[in-house]
Design a protein around this ligand. Structure first.
Ligand code: HEM
Length: 394
């Protein structure tokens, strides 16, 4: 009876969030037993200085969900949404059913579930908090390579939901969308996957080892380049930004390229992802190396030559997922990359690299950006009782 009541309250709107926050670990463990969790499935901590799902070792499955605010919402409504998500996420990530969970059995396997919330520019307008909006929080400028579809772009709020099991992701998406249905509409859902043996770099659907050059979690570089320190917007200390680009791959014409052509396009070997100037994956590429005829071994047009940072401040974290959806009638594939980049400052770190790739990148022949969105990722919830985005609203 209690659960039914709570469910109705939650579905009724954001004001009901009070019941969803402030429950400590004890309550979570209890609910976990209630739902029949028998083993101790792997879980990622929910509470912390940063939101989980960014420094977290990438899980196998992801869903990025973009939402639009329903008209007329104010600051309290938006805070209410984030309170509901906080309560739901605190439970689901620890293997406990959410308050309004209609399939509590599905919560028993958290499978390293993380729920990461993001805010788009529209939130700051609706909440009357423009003065707290980071300067870089706006749609990316248009690039000549773009063929953006509104259906895959923008959005007022984001949930990034990742787990090692697809059922866990599907359940979390359902619960988290359902609990705010009176306040938000789902604008898009982008599902993706990545597979690799532990410690190995995964491959994208063009067959390349993808993710070699990156910023390692827990390093000073990560702290400096990914996490905001609050210097410009104090409320954002511990947060970051997400640029999500949906990039379609034209696999039918990529299939026509021989292995050597494929390697020259990226500048790395297909077999193990080593740079064309090296033999092991993590060898440093030598962009100055030339062959016997004086021709660069890594072409200046290669993806890694163009994407390489020109100074330290142009680096960001890549944590992307493959997508492989149903092809349109008459087509054979609908595949690509959910390219997800995290950085403290989109304008300084991401934009120059994206601009270089748009100006020229051998890979562009087979890749087309069809979706684009930018979100601020608020800091984490340090402990029970707080809620996502709290520092922005207080
Ligand atoms: C490196 C694929 C889009 C930035 C790489 C590598 C591959 C790859 C295979 C080499 C291995 C590695 O270091 O991970 C792709 C594909 C894309 C795509 C298939 C589109 C479908 C982008 C975009 C950006 C980007 C849009 C940024 C705006 C980078 C960076 C590196 C990289 C910074 C590391 C370069 C280095 O310093 O060596 N990408 N990429 N990529 N990519 Fe991409």
């Amino acid at each position: 009876r209690t659960r039914g009541l709570t469910r109705r309250r939650l579905l009724g709107g954001g004001a009901a969030a009070a019941g969803a926050v402030g429950l400590g670990a004890g309550a979570i463990a209890l609910t976990g037993r209630d739902t029949g969790a028998q083993t101790a499935p792997a879980s990622e901590p929910f509470y912390g200085r940063h939101q989980a799902g960014i420094a977290t070792a990438p899980q196998t499955h992801a869903a990025f969900v973009g939402f639009d605010l329903r008209p007329g919402l104010d600051r309290d409504d938006i805070a209410g949404i984030l309170k509901i998500w906080t309560g739901d996420a605190a439970r689901l990530t620890q293997g406990a059913a959410a308050l309004a969970d209609t399939e509590p059995e599905l919560a028993a396997r958290p499978a390293r579930l993380t729920v990461t919330a993001g805010l788009g520019p529209g939130v700051f307008t609706a909440a009357g908090l423009e003065h707290r909006k980071p300067a870089w929080l706006r749609p990316l400028p248009p690039f000549v390579i773009d063929r953006l579809e509104p259906a895959w772009s923008d959005g007022d709020l984001l949930l990034q939901i990742c787990a090692d099991e697809a059922t866990t992701v599907a359940h979390a998406v359902r619960v988290l969308c359902r609990s705010v249905t009176s306040l938000l509409t789902v604008r898009w859902v982008q599902r993706g996957f990545r597979d690799a043996a532990p410690g190995q770099t995964p491959r994208n659907l063009m067959g390349q080892v993808d993710g070699t050059v990156n910023i390692a979690a827990g390093t000073p570089d990560f702290d400096r380049l990914v996490w905001d320190d609050g210097a410009v917007q104090p409320w954002l200390a511990g947060g970051t930004s997400l640029v999500l680009r949906r990039i379609a791959m034209t696999l039918d014409t990529w299939d026509e390229i021989d292995p050597e052509g494929r390697e020259l396009t990226v500048g790395r070997k297909l077999g193990n992802g080593a740079p064309l100037t090296g033999s092991r994956e993590f060898d440093e590429p030598d962009f100055a190396a030339v062959d016997a005829h004086g021709i660069p071994v890594i072409p200046p047009s290669a993806h890694i030559a163009r994407a390489r940072h020109t100074h330290d401040g142009e680096r960001f974290l890549r944590r992307g997922y493959n997508y492989d959806d149903a092809p349109a009638p008459g087509q054979t594939s609908n595949s690509g990359l959910l390219f997800a980049a995290y950085q403290r400052d989109v304008d300084v770190q991401y934009l120059p690299v994206q601009q270089r790739l748009a100006d020229f990148d051998a890979l562009n022949v087979w890749t087309t950006p069809i979706g684009s969105s930018v979100f601020v990722i608020p800091p984490g919830v340090p402990e029970p009782g707080g809620y996502l985005g709290q520092t922005l609203f207080e």
